[in-house]
Write a protein that binds this ligand. Sequence first.
Ligand SMILES: [Zn+2]
Length: 199
Amino acid sequence: MAQRPVMELAGTIRHDGGGGVLDDLDTVRGAQRWLQQQPGLLAAAPGDLVVDEGVRDAVVGVRRAVRALFARVVSPAPPSPADAHRLLPLDEALGLLNAAAAREPVTPQLHWPAEGPPTSGLLSAEDDPGVRLVAALARDAVDFLSGPQRERLRACHAPRCVRYFIKSHGRQEWCKPSCGNRARVARHYERTREAAGRD
Ligand SMILES: [Zn+2]
């Protein structure tokens, strides 16, 4: 199941399985490929979306803001090691995120079909799907960071993992079971080494 857009966005910086870090958005092609896998975002940006350097750059900007704010959310626990050394200061991150959200002024609307419950939608006067997409991403980040899920955000500190994730149960420490296994193996190795060191 796809996660909410802001989590998918943060996850475009990920470990490559070999100790390095991959960026899914490092080229226009990569950004195109990633966006094709985001049905929620594409629905918010109807029309002929052209993913060019401008759109890529704007999406990467929102990601920089989001990852800096995620680091603040998980603090005092350490942030994801992928970009811990180059996080934006708070005011810059907020400025970037809010400017991206402000690119598309929207008005909430109520819809009530003959069958079923009422739903809400957003009315927009913006025509450019690229602008709408970036603004939708930024809005999701604003909702997430000001909402109840924020408190369950964690950075996974299994060896080599750089992911942020939303904790789904009380004592969850790792983003997925394979990270838990790697972390246990690493701890066991550490303990054996320490024990050997004492001899
Ligand atoms: Zn992990």
